[in-house]
Design a protein around this ligand. Structure first.
Ligand SMILES: *[C@@H]1O[C@H](CO)[C@@H](O)[C@H](O)[C@H]1NC(C)=O
Ligand SMILES: *[C@@H]1O[C@H](CO)[C@@H](O)[C@H](O)[C@H]1NC(C)=O
Length: 454
């Protein structure tokens, strides 16, 4: 009896360690939380937990940078901590240091106040015993630099709350795509103050599938230099932005057709395992890489009301990305538990762009979207089934394209867009078939149309 008791305890202890060692956060744009209540935060946190996400990394720009002032952000952060404590969720700060258009930059005394304010909270994300702190950028900016980071660490430490700093110095992440070892070594030598690193580059810069070569180089450079902080790896489903503002640098797409499934699979089966995964993002609608449900766009009294500027609604409205969370959940649980989850139901996640890449459109930042030829004009499908099944996908004249799936793991396939999309477009249809019977059927909520000039 005694021994049984101890066995259970030992198992529980192992489990706890595993969860602490392998955590997943999602990047959260605080700018989109203006209308949030504590209850709305809790709703978001529970949805994230369902998908295997343990915390949010709160991205914010200095509260008094730009007008109108964003001083409200401080109240939202307080609410988020309250909700996270209730939900058993974690929070960390990602100070956005990329804003150069205002003359107000982050300063270490204010950052220290914000970091230490919540040091006593059970929701504060830690790396070992230190408070974990991250950034977006901070490189290529004279207002910051290595000494700035050292001052921030010293300042938090003198308040009795040492931090582990894992900034996203993005220029190194980009150059590492072509010269991984050199960029990783240079980053560590240019920034001796840092403890860990967050490699922001979750999308390939070329028309190629992502590899983990850069991730490996950064992680190895941290270890080699005796760094004690985490290596944070970025994982993202998509990347597309095209603001209607005439600024050509505000328009791009990355090759991300099958990026999410492939990169998550690589991590899950341990080809490369980071210390922490950061999913990009929970709610950055502007760059199309959100996992969150669509926010409220028209009801100003809704607690997740978001204003869409610069024609963002043209490519966000109606584009529900919530099913990415089905994929995230499967792979993240696999990674955390060290074995693939048992599949208990039949699900197919399918995704497609609503126009072929050659479509003529109005507005946008420029006549040519950067990398516009990269995406494949196809409907992609990812099947997760509990028993052997045939998945059938039809789109226009491309009828009943089939692939097999079974309980051993996900199956991924694609069907090209048909030549003729018809005058009012065509929506893909997907079915799961078993023993010559359709067990599930779904039709895409938006048609694929040849033109977006309406
Ligand atoms: C530090 O940053 C805060 C927040 O942006 C700002 O309100 C404050 O004026 C800054 N302090 C200094 C000395 O710049
Ligand atoms: C990416 O991987 C997929 C699946 O293996 C493959 O079909 C596709 O051709 C690859 N893309 C490129 C650009 O190599």
């Amino acid at each position: 009896m005694f021994s049984k008791f101890w066995t259970i305890l030992a198992l529980a202890a192992v489990n706890v360690n595993l969860v602490v060692a392998k955590s997943v956060v999602a990047h959260f744009m605080l700018d989109n939380s203006y209308a949030y209540t504590v209850g709305q935060w809790e709703t978001d946190m529970k949805a994230a937990q369902q998908a295997g996400i343990d915390g949010f990394s709160l991205n914010w720009i200095p509260p008094d940078c730009n007008s109108p002032s964003r001083k409200w952000q401080v109240d939202r952060v307080d609410d988020a901590f309250e909700a996270a404590e209730d939900t058993g969720f974690k929070l960390m700060f990602s100070f956005d240091m990329s804003y150069t258009t205002c003359n107000t930059f982050w300063n270490t005394s204010y950052m220290t106040d914000m970091i230490t304010k919540h040091a006593g909270s059970s929701a504060t994300m830690r790396w070992n015993t230190n408070i974990l702190v991250s950034t977006y950028a901070g490189d290529k900016n004279d207002a910051y630099g290595n000494q700035f980071f050292q001052d921030l660490k010293d300042s938090c430490k003198s308040e009795g709350h040492p931090i582990s700093l894992a900034p996203a110095l993005v220029s190194y992440a980009q150059s590492a795509q072509s010269s991984p070892e050199h960029s990783a070594a240079k980053m560590v030598s240019d920034y001796p103050s840092i403890d860990g690193y967050f490699n922001w580059q979750a999308w390939p810069l070329m028309e190629a599938n992502m590899t983990c070569t850069a991730d490996q180089a950064f992680k190895a450079a941290l270890t080699k230099n005796g760094k004690t902080g985490p290596y944070i790896m970025a994982v993202s489903p998509w990347q597309y932005k095209d603001l209607n503002n005439g600024v050509s640098s505000d328009s791009w797409v990355a090759y991300s057709d099958t990026l999410f499934a492939q990169r998550l699979h690589t991590i899950a089966n341990n080809e490369f395992s980071p210390d922490i995964i950061e999913v990009l993002t929970w709610n950055d609608f502007c760059e199309s890489h959100y996992l969150r449900d669509l926010p409220s766009m028209t009801d100003e009294s809704a607690t997740d009301y978001v204003t869409y500027s610069n024609g963002m609604d043209n490519y966000v409205e109606g584009m529900n990305h919530a099913p990415w969370r089905v994929m995230a959940k499967y792979y993240l649980n696999w990674w955390k538990n060290g074995k693939a989850p048992v599949i208990t139901m039949d699900q197919v996640v399918y995704w497609y762009r609503v126009h072929p890449k050659a479509a003529t459109c109005y507005g946008g930042s420029s006549s040519k979207i950067k990398n516009q030829d990269y995406p494949t004009d196809a409907v992609f499908a990812w099947a997760l089934v509990k028993d052997k099944a045939t998945i059938s996908v039809s789109v226009g004249d491309n009828q009943y394209w089939e692939f097999e799936a079974d309980s051993s793991g996900p199956a991924l396939s694609m069907v090209p867009f048909p030549e003729d999309l018809g005058s009012s477009g065509t929506a893909p249809e997907v079915s799961i078939n078993r023993n010559n019977k359709v067990v599930q059927y779904s039709k895409g909520s938006m048609p694929i149309t040849a033109s977006c000039l309406e």
